[in-house]
Unconditional design. Sequence first.
Length: 233
Amino acid sequence: MAQRSAKASPIGEELFRFLEELQQNNDRDWFAENKSRYESEVRQPALELIQQLAVPLRRTAPFLQAIAKKTGGSLMRIYRDTRFGKDKTPYKTNVGISLRHEADRDIHAPGMYLHLATDQCFFAAGCWRPERSTLAAIRAAIDGDPKGWIKTRDHKTFRRYYELTGESLKTSPRDYPKDHPQIEDLRRIDFISLAALSRQQLLAPDVIATLSDRMKAARPLMRFLCDAVEVPY
């Protein structure tokens, strides 16, 4: 593969091309034949991106970690867990980069996530499917400081890029009346926000600046959630 200039994005069209071909050939034989392509076109560029993200992350969110390791770091495994689902295809057809909070080993702490796929790319911030005590702490923070939550949720810079998404309960959570002023947010079981990214943005030379801007824009939500579960941000 041709070497990129120092100013180019670590991510190239070949990453998306590999994912597209993997969608069409999601089996172990094809992957084994193309393992060297996965290493050079997908894993190494993703690790380089993580390494480059570490610098702005230290400035913007120093308690989140960008760990550029093949295993055990920020790059998520391409191998799917097929034990419990009906889908038995062995490989994920996306690249996932998880920037976890250093406290994540002890609690389900808020974090950030970058998703690269042929059909959708996005940067995410917050908590996806937090465990019970973390979810209860977030709800209690919203109930205890509704003005602070509304200011966070509706922050102009945050809303410019992000949309709160995820699943919600159909009924009111325990201990909260159905006519609570913030009942729609209290029903959430995900406190995750997504900022859509185009493939062109990820291929552009200023991709790190773009992702750094998304990190900064997520600060209001991340700070509120981290304060709620009593971890630093």
